[in-house]
Design a protein around this ligand. Structure first.
Ligand code: UDP
Ligand code: MG
Length: 140
């Protein structure tokens, strides 16, 4: 397995409850290194662009409102098999279905306000990282 990078976002429900440090501790305990990180507030246009793949889905409008409702922390995680490993640490999209010990099982409020985003494949990870970060901002 190769060292990979993946994009993570700590979502507004989690930043609002001051959970950034506890979520980051889970990434680090699992061996993922946070190699870039910034806190920002997405505009409506930015949230719509980031989630464009979901624009026809019934939850799209609610998702964009939620993602712009407060600050997020965008981050690049580095490690062996980082894309899949992060998805494991996150848990299922619906926190009711997430395994015990995962971020979503512990912290998510519901299927929308589910505390974290993580890229789902190597190609989407590369696209999503470049949405938020310039190469010069990522230090291994
Ligand atoms: N989402 C939602 N309702 C749904 C499914 C998804 O509000 O029925 C939101 C949720 O915040 C989720 C995001 O849309 O994290 C993106 O959905 P996706 O299926 O890509 O889930 P993820 O990859 O985040 O687990
Ligand atoms: Mg997804």
């Amino acid at each position: 397995m190769a060292t990979e990078h993946t994009l993570s976002i700590i979502k507004p429900d989690a930043t609002r409850r001051n959970l950034t440090g506890r979520i980051n501790a889970k990434f680090e305990a699992a061996g993922l290194r946070i190699v870039a990180q910034k806190r920002l507030r997405l505009t409506q246009a930015q949230a719509e662009a980031f989630y464009a793949v979901h624009r026809e889905r019934p939850f799209f409008g609610g998702l964009v409102s939620f993602m712009t409702s407060g600050p997020v922390v965008a981050q690049v995680l580095e490690g062996e098999d980082a894309v899949a490993k992060n998805r494991e640490i996150m848990g299922a999209t619906d926190p009711k279905k997430a395994d015990a010990g995962t971020i979503r099982a512990e912290f998510a409020k519901d299927i929308e306000a589910n505390s974290v985003h993580g890229s789902d494949a190597a190609d989407t990870a590369a696209q999503e990282i470049s949405f938020f970060f310039a190469g010069i901002e990522i230090t291994g």
